[in-house]
Design a protein around this ligand. Structure first.
Ligand SMILES: Cc1cc2nc3c(=O)[nH]c(=O)nc-3n(C[C@H](O)[C@H](O)[C@H](O)COP(=O)(O)OP(=O)(O)OC[C@H]3O[C@@H](n4cnc5c(N)ncnc54)[C@H](O)[C@@H]3O)c2cc1C
Length: 588
């Protein structure tokens, strides 16, 4: 691909997002999904969007042409999903899950399974889901009760109930292919005894045509706070003893295989935070430029002063900068992870591949938890910018906030993500993934420390990064000394600190480039005084953009990174009050 090719693809995605998908945001929310006579319908307006989306081949855009994709780099594909997700995340759930489920068959299916299911899923003719959760097995999948009984022809009879299944049933496609976690009779308890099955809603004949319904019945759909256009279904498999599944991959390898989709979904959920946040920010900036309220602070008590737009108020500017700087750092973090995937695909040595995959492994939980948490706060701050109007459904802010909340919960709650980061991520490859990543941050610090404009902010990043590294070592020592409750109790705080340091790193890195570009523009245009530079930004979008990028890094360093060391010290105090509480003491 040339740069022009990729820009053209992004422009097409933007057109689809802005002209076709975004107009369904409020309507999809208002109508929601319905469940009648055992069948689920999505909002009517989603049908046309699904058709156009698939006509454009967006679902498998990142896959190779051999399987019907366009072979786009992951980095570009992430940018496309940001556009689509920001336009309407509830809609994005349908192609997102379909892609993940097809990807499982792509990686682990037999040729027959690929021919039967995968191509039709990548093309959007059929849809997909991920069926993990059960009423008694949410965060803890050890407790999965769904069973599989081997039949003489090698297929399996599936019996059990899965709940909260996104896209579990709907009328966008004729068939839905469910990857279902279940335990084959006689296999060991716990996650090590779980296998994965392909269970279609409608059975598929050997010639690819649709056969009988497969005894997958919808028990109902959830009535939710947000993403109302995304159907969240309870699915009963084998109520009549006739639900047939095919084993995907090896027996008892279900969790290992499902992790491919879970990791994709975690990144998708982190992206959801970014998507909602960037949409909320764009609206908030626009509103702040239009809403007139209050006098300019510099006008003092002048009785003749005219009220100004709220973007003139320092506190509104602080809020907007808080949103903007976090979003830009989160975007870099998400795209960096996509870049790691691209780099690991083209890596020339095993070691190189392992390093890129190492970043990906380490950062997946951080992207999921940090971006969804901050995404929620950004939407909430956007609502504050609107004042009372933001709380009302006439404006989109309250929907962004409602739609975004689920991202902190599903795909493994953020509390669980933080535990995974601390319990597994930091120690992966004997700590090499974390050390390599900290090494990248240190390299950036070294490069930027003497920077004329950004040097002092880089020093703040350095202090924060060092504190975070020290805290990592402190966790290791605490674990070795038997005080493993310290890292467990503080895992969430660590995840946030780690995310802040990474965001600061990406912002300073980008600001270094922006500062050089800005200086070149100023020079070319003869803008050699602050007044001329401000005036230039009013007419030159690039200059304004680069100034904004430098400002984001400065703001984030002072606003957030200065607090990191103190937060690390607080963790080291080893305060155990929450653990010393009796359950009775929680009364107040
Ligand atoms: C709208 C929606 C869509 C969903 N889509 C899907 C889907 O497509 N497929 C699917 O399989 N599932 C889906 N889910 C399920 C979702 O992934 C689970 O709700 C989530 O993993 C949490 O499980 P739970 O609700 O049972 O909560 P619990 O597991 O009961 O957790 C309750 C609280 O306890 C905490 N907790 C639990 N165990 C621990 C522990 N060991 N240490 C510390 N804290 C702990 C959790 O962090 C949480 O705060 C969806 C859920 C919703 C609401």
């Amino acid at each position: 691909f040339t740069k022009d090719d990729l820009l053209m693809v992004l422009r097409e995605a933007e057109k689809l997002a802005v002209n076709i998908i975004a107009p369904t945001l409020a309507e999809g929310d208002k109508e929601g999904c319905t469940f009648k006579d055992g069948k689920v319908s999505v909002p009517k307006c989603f049908h046309e969007v699904w058709k156009k989306y698939n006509e454009g081949g967006w679902l498998a855009a990142g896959e190779s042409p051999e399987v019907g994709g366009q072979g786009l780099p992951r980095t570009v594909n992430f940018a496309i999903t940001e556009l689509i997700g920001a336009a309407n995340y509830a809609f994005q759930m349908y192609p997102g899950l379909t892609h993940g489920a097809a990807g499982l068959i792509h990686s682990y299916g037999t040729e027959e399974q690929k021919n039967k299911y995968m191509y039709k899923m990548y093309s959007g003719e059929w849809a997909g889901t991920m069926c993990l959760t059960e009423p008694g097995a949410g965060s803890d999948l050890n407790l999965v009760k769904t069973t599989a009984k081997k039949l003489p022809d090698g297929k399996y009879l599936i019996t059990g109930t899965k709940c909260f299944i996104s896209s579990g049933d709907h009328d966008l496609t004729e068939n839905i292919v469910h990857p279902v976690l279940a335990r084959i009779e006689g296999d060991p308890p716990g996650t090590k005894g779980i296998s994965l099955f392909i269970v279609p809603k409608i059975r598929v004949n050997d010639d690819g045509s649709l056969g009988e319904p497969n005894d997958v019945n919808t028990g109902g759909i959830e009535h939710k706070m947000g993403i109302k256009g995304s159907a969240t279904a309870t699915l009963n498999f084998g109520e009549n003893g006739k639900c047939i599944g095919e084993l995907l991959g090896g027996q008892c390898e279900g969790m290992k295989i499902m992790f491919q989709m879970m990791n994709e979904a975690r990144l998708g959920t982190g992206m959801q935070g970014l998507d909602s946040a960037s949409a909320a920010y764009e609206h908030a900036v626009q509103y702040a430029k239009e809403r007139i309220q209050g006098n300019d602070i510099m006008a003092g008590k002048d009785p003749n002063a005219k009220p100004v737009t709220i973007i003139n108020h320092p506190d509104i500017r602080r809020k907007l900068m808080w949103m903007k700087s976090h979003i830009e750092g989160m975007r870099s973090m998400c795209y960096f992870v996509a870049y790691c995937m691209d780099k690991s695909t083209v890596a020339k040595t095993e070691e190189e591949k392992a390093n890129w995959e190492g970043y990906l492994d380490l950062m997946t939980t951080v992207v999921k938890a940090y971006c969804s948490d901050k995404g929620l706060l950004i939407c909430s701050t956007g609502m504050d910018v609107y004042g009372g109007y933001g709380y009302c459904s006439e404006y989109p802010m309250e929907q962004y906030l409602r739609d975004e909340k689920i991202a902190t919960i599903y795909e493994g709650t953020n509390g669980i993500q933080a535990l995974t980061l601390v319990g597994r991520g930091l120690g992966q490859r004997k700590g090499m993934n974390a050390m390599n990543l900290f090494g990248e941050v240190q390299k950036n610090i070294k490069k930027m420390k003497e920077h004329k404009e950004l040097g002092k902010y880089t020093a703040i990043l350095e202090e924060a990064a060092n504190a975070c590294i020290e805290l990592t070592m402190f966790f290791v020592q605490a674990g070795k000394a038997g005080n493993f409750l310290l890292p467990i109790l503080n895992a969430y705080k660590f995840m946030e600190i780690f995310g802040d340091v990474l965001v600061g790193h990406f912002l300073i890195d980008a600001a270094g480039i922006a500062a050089d570009k800005l200086a070149a523009i100023y020079k070319e245009k003869g803008a050699d005084t602050p007044e001329k530079q401000k005036a230039l930004q009013k007419e030159n979008k690039e200059a304004a953009f680069y100034f904004g990028r430098v400002a984001s890094a400065r703001f984030f360093a002072v606003e957030i990174l200065t607090t990191v060391k103190a937060r690390c010290e607080a963790v080291k105090m080893d305060e155990k009050a929450p653990l010393e509480m009796t359950e009775e003491a929680f009364a107040y």
